[in-house]
Design a protein around this ligand. Structure first.
Ligand SMILES: [Zn+2]
Length: 69
């Protein structure tokens, strides 16, 4: 994941990478949740937020934690 920019410039404008599905989507309120703080938009795209999806990259870690108990 390192070395891949969080935002990229495309022919249609700025696109942001979702932290969960790792796809690039337009940096737009239709695709990301606007944030009141320093970050303009949420780290995850709206589709992942609605699905409660945090990305497969984190799943093994969470599974390991669950098995410890
Ligand atoms: Zn996503």
């Amino acid at each position: 994941m390192f070395g891949r920019p969080r935002t990229i410039e495309t022919e249609i404008g700025t696109e942001m990478r979702c932290a969960a599905c790792l796809e690039y989507w337009p940096a737009d309120p239709e695709f990301f949740a606007p944030q009141p703080g320093h970050a303009r938009f949420s780290a995850r795209c709206l589709a992942c937020i609605r699905a409660g999806y945090w990305g497969t990259r984190q799943a093994p870690h969470f599974r390991a934690l669950a098995m410890d108990t």
